[in-house]
Design a protein around this ligand. Sequence first.
Ligand SMILES: [Zn+2]
Length: 151
Amino acid sequence: MEAGAILQKPETRERLMSLVEFDTNGGCWLWIGRLRDGYGRFSLNRTIKMTAHHASFLIHGGNVQPGQVLMHSCDVCACVNPDHLKAGTSKQNAQDAVDRNRRKPFQGKKVTEAVRSAVLRHAGSLREISRDLSVPKTTIIMIRKQANGGH
Ligand SMILES: [Zn+2]
């Protein structure tokens, strides 16, 4: 069975959504399954694996043309909310990243409530959190300090 047919099956959608935790602050759908390089990994079957955000985008009716990449508007690699994803060229993706960096509150990285709470909930090491959520280590330390400081 090929990827397209598997993605259309209701049980595939159910399995994908069972690996999602909804972040009410930022609206992100955070992947709680396996991650690689910060991105969720989703197995369609024993042989076909894809990134979780790509699978989610396709499952929810998104369309990715050949040569296009998926961009996260929320900057959270582990997010699979199709509303936070859009297909574009890698050139647009780079420009998008540049635009986002211009509005940088923290070291060129926009820290949304979703990122903040994901950082605080993540049980991994600094390095793992940084990798999984695409947040600089200095920002993670700062978020933790703020959370402990009370204000
Ligand atoms: Zn998101």
